[in-house]
Design a binder for this molecule. Structure first.
Ligand SMILES: C[S@@+](CC[C@H](N)C(=O)[O-])C[C@H]1O[C@@H](n2cnc3c(N)ncnc32)[C@H](O)[C@@H]1O
Length: 124
């Protein structure tokens, strides 16, 4: 579930204990669970994904691991509807190319997934 790529991305983005992290297109949690390890009990991780099945299974994994700081929700990166300045770090692994290529479950292939950056980070 947490592989070397997830851990490497978390390390590269400088996630620290206590951070509130957003994982866009979290899938089965490769980055989500690595971020949860890095943020610890004082931080939080919200992962969201467009695919209901991914959300369901990843949420169940988080629950079975007793990770109370992790939330997994169904949202669309193109219209995430998140509160402004809510996160210290936003990560997204292997998702932008899916949006850009017009994957079958993305409605507007020409609309980039920039909604998350518009107001989710302090000063954005
Ligand atoms: C290749 S997987 C990567 C999953 C995970 N980030 C990882 O690194 O293992 C791409 C994920 O992006 C999700 N996705 C694609 N378009 C999305 C969108 N517009 N909003 C949210 N998630 C999206 C897909 O459902 C899929 O779970």
């Amino acid at each position: 579930m947490t592989g070397p790529v997830g851990r490497a991305l978390v390390e590269l983005t400088g996630v620290r204990p206590g951070d509130d992290v957003l994982d866009v297109g979290c899938g089965r949690g490769a980055v989500l669970f690595a971020a949860a390890e890095a943020t610890g009990q004082t931080g939080s991780v919200l992962g969201f994904d467009l695919a209901a099945g991914m959300v369901e299974r990843t949420r169940a994994d988080a629950e079975s691991r007793g990770l109370s700081t992790v939330r997994v929700e169904q949202r669309n990166a193109q219209e995430p509807d998140l509160p402004p300045a809510a996160f210290d770090v936003v990560v997204s692994s292997l998702v932008v190319f899916v949006c850009a290529a017009g994957h079958h479950h993305v409605r507007g292939p020409r609309r980039p997934a920039v909604g998350v950056a518009d107001g989710s980070l302090p000063g954005a």
